[in-house]
Design a protein around this ligand. Structure first.
Ligand SMILES: [Mg+2]
Ligand SMILES: [Zn+2]
Length: 194
């Protein structure tokens, strides 16, 4: 299985100051449901990997997060977008867990649960920590500018993204084009292309 890992805030929904603690605070960005449907059509599992330390900080409960995600799933399904797996790191930064991005723990969990081949998978995120996380396990990384940072400032990145796109739809377009160039979806051919 190959995956397109998606960060949540700033990629799927509008990022803002503070945490999304209630479903009514969740606003899907334009064309994200269509983009996620396209990920499925391309033969990838769409896997959400999100840091939600609001839970570990005591700002929201795990149930609050569940309700926010239920609303998100509903919104995405309206346009045929389906997530194969949602992984959330709910730890606080000071917990020292191995799943809070940039640590790659959630990508390892996805690998184990869905038998994902990480080096032929993609990661789409809006922050340096997302790119660092994907690059650490050999994913092809795409920075989107639909978050709070509308420009790509390479000096802020520990690892540079493989591509930069305006939003998730454009990122998936880039993936589709790259896959077409490879000419086959086999992991071997993808590796050879690099
Ligand atoms: Mg984000
Ligand atoms: Zn964690």
């Amino acid at each position: 299985m190959r995956a397109v890992f998606l960060d949540r805030d700033g990629v799927v929904n509008r990022d803002g100051p503070g945490f999304v603690t209630h479903p009514d605070g969740l606003h899907l960005l334009p064309r994200v449901a269509e983009a996620i449907a396209r990920i499925g059509e391309l033969g990838f599992a769409a896997v959400l990997v999100t840091n939600q330390s609001g839970v570990g900080r005591g700002i929201m409960t795990a149930d609050d997060l569940e309700r926010v995600h239920a609303r998100m799933i509903e919104g995405l399904a309206a346009a045929g977008g389906e997530l194969s797996l949602i992984l959330s790191c709910t730890h606080a930064p000071w917990d020292g867990c191995d799943c809070r991005k940039p640590a790659p723990g959630m990508l390892h969990q996805a690998r184990d649960r869905l038998r994902v081949d990480l080096t032929s998978s993609y990661l789409v995120g809006d922050k340096p920590t997302d790119i660092e996380c994907g690059a650490a396990v050999g994913c092809t990384t795409i920075l989107v500018l639909s978050g709070l940072d509308p420009v790509y400032d390479h000096s802020r990145f520990v690892r540079q993204p493989d591509a930069v796109a305006t939003d998730l739809w454009a990122a998936v377009e880039w993936i589709a084009t790259r896959e077409a160039k490879v000419g086959t979806t086999s992991p071997v051919a993808t590796e050879a292309q690099r």
